[in-house]
Structures are given as C-alpha cells and as structure tokens.
Design a protein around this ligand. Structure first.
Ligand code: NAP
Length: 246
C-alpha cells in the first residue's frame, strides 16, 4: 500500500513514534526515523523495521534546531532517493503549574513540540511541492484541545500545532499535499509512565472505552492518513482517545 514511499518519522525511537514506524513499514514504506539521544531505543526500532524487509535508517537530530533539521531532510532525501511522508511525532513535556513555570520551561517545550514541527514542514515542503504530492501528519494531543492543568507549555504547543496543521493544509492543498493532526488521549508510553497513578486512575474513570490507549491505536490512524484512501482528508484533527473528549 505504501511500497516505494519513504517516510520520515520524528521521535521514532520509542513509544508512539516506534509504533508509527512499524505501522508504515507494515504497509511497505521505507522509514527514516529521528531520535534525540536514546541510541539504544533507536537501534531496537531499526531492528524491528528490518523484519518488514524495508529500508530503514536512524538519524540523531534535535527537531528544535532549524539548521540541523534542514541538513536532516537533505540527508534523508540523499540516502533514500526522495521523501513522501512526514510524521511530526517528537514531543516532550515539562509539567508545572503556571505559577511555578519558568521562562525556559515554557520556551523549551514550545521549541520541541511546536517549532520542531514547523522546522520539518518548512524543509520538506519544497521537496513535496516539486513532486506535487506529500503527506504530513502532526501528532498533537487532546491537551491542546481541552487544556490541562500543569501543562501550560505543552498544551500551548499542541494547540499551536493544530493552527499550523490547518494553515499548511490550506497553503499546500492545491499542490497535492495533505496535512492532518492526530490528537491522542492517554497512551501507554514512557511519557504517561511518568504521571502519578492517581491521575491515571482518574483518567480511566472518564474514558468511555475504560482503558488507556496503546501506541498501535494511534499508529494505525496515522498510517491510514498516509494511504491513498485518505487523499481527500486534510486539515483535520482526529482524536484517538477512547472517547475522552467528544
Ligand atoms: P515518548 O515515549 O516520551 O517518546 C518521545 C520521542 O520523542 C522519543 O523518540 C524521543 O527521542 C523524541 N524526542 C524528544 N525530544 C526530541 C527532540 N528535541 N528532537 C528529536 N526527537 C525528540 O513520547 P510518546 O508518549 O511516544 O509521545 C509521542 C508524541 O505523542 C508526542 O508528540 C506526545 O506529545 C504525543 N502524545 C502522547 C500522549 C501519550 O499519552 N503518551 C498523549 C498525547 C500526545 P529519544 O528516544 O532519543 O529520547
């Protein structure tokens, strides 16, 4: 279904990003995965990708660094002979109540979770426009839709990502490029493992399907948006949250 396509997945070393890499590879896509510093996790994902018989390579790159992401896109295009799909999944949190949040706590999370996606979109857009085709999926969060106490930085970044998604969809829609966002709820990864047990217990009470999500639940929706069947869907925010927010 995605044979002959190359996907660049940021934050592909662990959690939701790893599941996205595997869901795309399962459909035949070659995968360039980006990680921040966890070399062992990146190698584990690469090993799992090899089992699908696709081409795969890991790139260490801070998505917040504009110049580094420009080089990254050039390297991926050279290594794979092109690029068709961009998944902006890399993300980080630094939770604090707004009264205690420092300027760097705010700026650093905006830089990774929002500017990081802009950086990649900025650099791949020329490649996609030239080919008059391309798929972009941004991983936002229900926190960006509902707000969340303790996450002024993260929720702002994720809300910004929705504005970015809709703007890019409007700017590039006429060039055969779609841009959508996926908004996960509570998904079982290292990110949610850091949350306190009581908070997760409270969340379970208000999730209609009565379980936390698996990374694969998110990955399947992302992969669908990259297939031909989704070619008329753009500018959308699709929630994968077990009904948490409706
Ligand atoms: P995770 O397990 O904490 O993994 C984060 C990934 O992002 C890792 O691959 C990490 O690389 C990479 N990363 C972090 N900062 C980076 C940077 N500056 N440059 C490049 N890569 C960077 O997170 P997750 O739970 O899978 O979340 C994935 C995405 O889903 C995030 O955007 C997150 O905000 C969003 N999301 C998650 C949930 C949830 O419940 N888990 C809910 C809503 C939205 P290393 O491995 O090298 O550190």
């Amino acid at each position: 279904m995605l044979k002959g396509k190359t996907a660049l997945v940021t934050g592909g070393s662990r959690g939701i990003g790893r599941a996205i890499c595997l869901a795309l590879a399962k459909r035949g896509a070659d995968v360039a995965l980006v990680y921040a510093g966890n070399e062992a996790a990146a190698q584990t994902t690469l090993g799992m990708l090899m089992e699908y018989g696709v081409a795969a390579k890991a790139y260490r790159c801070d998505v917040a660094d504009f110049a580094a992401t420009e080089k990254l896109v050039a390297d991926v295009c050279a290594d794979f002979g092109g690029l068709d799909i961009l998944i902006n999944n890399a993300g980080a949190t630094r939770d604090k109540l707004v009264m205690r949040m420092s300027e760097t706590d705010f700026d650093d999370i905006i830089a990774v979770d929002l500017k990081g996606a802009f950086n990649l979109i900025r650099h791949v857009s020329g490649v996609f426009v030239k080919k008059r085709t391309g798929r972009i999926v941004n991983v936002t969060s229900v926190a960006g839709i509902m707000g969340n106490p303790g996450q002024a930085n993260y929720a702002s970044a994720k809300a910004g990502l929705i504005g970015l998604t809709k703007t890019v969809a409007k700017e590039l829609g006429g060039r055969g490029i779609t841009c959508n966002a996926i908004a996960p709820g509570f998904i079982k990864t290292d990110m949610t493992a850091a949350l306190n047990a009581q908070l997760l217990e409270n969340a379970l009470q208000i999730i209609p399907v009565k379980r936390l999500g698996e990374p694969e639940d998110v990955a399947e929706a992302v992969a669908f948006l990259c297939t031909d069947g989704a070619k008329y869907i753009t500018g959308q925010v699709i929630q994968v949250d077990g009904g948490l927010r409706m």
